[in-house]
Design a protein around this ligand. Structure first.
Ligand code: ZN
Length: 60
């Protein structure tokens, strides 16, 4: 509501992480969780995660 930079709907894209429908606010991912998980994947080569992340459930 307060976001003045809302983008128009794009064509439907599946979340690269779990293949669910993507959300505009987390494009092209379906959720913040999937976006972060993807980032973690990228960073895993350079950073050691200090916190334990729950295993990805494909039943989401
Ligand atoms: Zn997802």
């Amino acid at each position: 509501m307060m976001n003045g930079n809302v983008e128009p709907l794009r064509k439907a894209v599946s979340c690269p992480n779990c293949s669910s429908d993507s959300a505009r606010s987390h494009y092209p991912f379906c959720s913040k969780r999937c976006r972060e998980m993807d980032l973690h994947r990228w960073f895993s080569g350079s950073y050691v995660l200090a916190s334990q992340e729950p295993e990805f459930s494909e039943d989401e």
